[in-house]
Design a protein around this ligand. Structure first.
Ligand code: PMP
Length: 415
């Protein structure tokens, strides 16, 4: 679907002009934004779409009989259709708008999990999960007296699939793993993970945390075969405060509401309430219309660039940065899987990651330092944290060089 709209030739300078923030200077130096795994920057088309919504047709949706309310409702529902097509879901009923990945996973854990996990059941996560894909399952297991099982990672930062197979049992109710690790960049074999679970027992529900994948690679939820797939708008060049839970329709139909209130009901009386149909059953209250409008524009933007160009540029940046950083003494890359997204996590012997991050900022270079919301992974790796540079397609080879030069200077000063 994206291919039909792929841009002619990828020109990074032209693309950068779409992102006003990339012109920022930090203390007289150009901003080199390498924290894309935390959040991405926004193209002017996304910013304009949000501004246009508030300037021309801001109104509450689904209830108004007047023109601008109907326009806002149509924009919100069109965004849902666009998301459905973008991830190749079977129906727009399977697209639930949430605040982001965190809320999407919580929705699945509280609604599906509380109904389907019993005392003695098992839920499987992995060692490289973000806290957002650990804590909701941990809370569920605590409430239900169920057990949380954890797939280990090997020294390269890859999931141990043989151990995963051993963990699956007749008690397994849910498997929840990330598509791409935010800390290490490892791309997990999600299709295989789903297949293995379903071969063990087709009733095992599999949730994929796609927060770090949705903007790097084509995601086809039907091809992956997962029951749930969660992601955030802000990681994919869209606004904050909007995200998606994709859920298989048959599962969503059977699930109880996660939050209750307006819009998610069909009829309310003091004797009882009946719920609205999908997807509204899971969208209580006034939704984030501005977010959906911005997300829609972000999808259009990604389609206009095309995943072939995105992946090629990001692969080039990761390769170049990896080669350059390996030339620096005392640097150790953390996460060395063959199959990595454009995330470069590293430590420098004898130096504190936070100090490195603060010093890099004085060169205009924005990186993330610390545990990256993956404390159990850092514990496993016996690290207090890493420095993480994460690249987007709008980053350039020259920016990687600025980063490497700044890192060398930083190490020279701090050592
Ligand atoms: N999972 C992963 C893998 C992530 O990288 C993130 C964001 N860092 C999340 C979940 C949570 O996303 P959000 O904060 O947008 O809800």
């Amino acid at each position: 679907m994206q291919d039909t709209l792929t841009k002619k030739i990828f020109d990074v300078d032209e693309v950068r002009r779409d992102f006003p923030i990339l012109n920022r200077e930090i203390e007289g130096k150009p901003l080199v934004y390498l924290d894309n795994a935390a959040t991405s920057q926004k193209p002017v088309s996304v910013i304009d779409a949000i501004s246009d919504y508030y300037s021309r047709y801001n109104a509450n949706i689904h209830r108004g009989v007047y023109s601008i309310s109907m326009e806002a409702s149509a924009a919100y529902e069109n965004a849902r259709i666009n998301v459905k097509e973008f991830i190749n879901a079977a129906s727009e009923k399977e697209i639930i708008f949430t605040r982001g990945t965190t809320e999407a996973i919580n929705l699945a854990a509280y609604s599906y999990g509380f109904r389907n996990v019993q005392e003695g059941s098992e839920v499987i996560v992995s060692e490289l999960e973000h806290h957002a894909n650990i804590v909701p399952w941990q809370v569920l297991c605590l409430n239900k007296n169920a057990a949380l099982k954890v797939v280990p990672v090997n020294e390269k930062g890859e999931l141990d699939i043989e151990e995963y197979k051993k963990l699956l049992s007749d008690k397994t109710a849910i498997v929840a793993v990330s598509h791409i690790s935010n800390s290490l960049g490892t791309v997990n074999p999600v299709k295989e993970i789903v297949k293995i679970a379903k071969a063990k027992n087709p009733k095992i529900a599999v949730l994929i945390d796609g927060a770090q994948a949705i903007h790097h690679t084509r995601v086809d939820v039907r091809d992956i075969g997962a029951d749930f797939y969660a992601f955030s708008g802000h990681k994919m060049y869209g606004p904050m405060g909007i995200g998606v839970l994709y859920g298989r329709e048959s599962l969503l139909e059977a699930m109880p509401p996660y939050q209750t209130g307006g819009d998610m009901i069909s009829r309310v009386s003091f004797e009882g309430t009946t719920y609205n149909e999908l997807p509204m059953k899971f969208e209580a209250g006034t939704p984030n219309v501005e977010g959906a409008v911005g997300l829609n524009a972000a999808i259009e933007y990604i389609k206009s660039i095309g995943f072939d160009a995105i992946e090629e540029q990001e692969r080039m940046l990761l390769k170049h940065a990896t080669e350059e950083i390996l030339n620096i003494e005392d640097v150790r890359i953390i996460g060395t899987s063959e199959n990595k997204a454009s995330v470069l996590s590293f430590v420098v012997n004898g130096l504190n990651a936070l100090d490195i991050g603060i010093m890099l900022d004085t060169h205009g270079v924005a990186v993330r330092t610390g545990q990256h919301c993956t404390e159990p992974l850092m514990d496993k790796l016996c690290l207090p944290g890493t420095v993480r540079a994460s690249f987007a397609f709008y980053n350039t080879k020259e920016e990687v060089d600025i980063f490497i030069k700044a890192l060398k200077k930083t190490i020279a000063i701090l050592k």
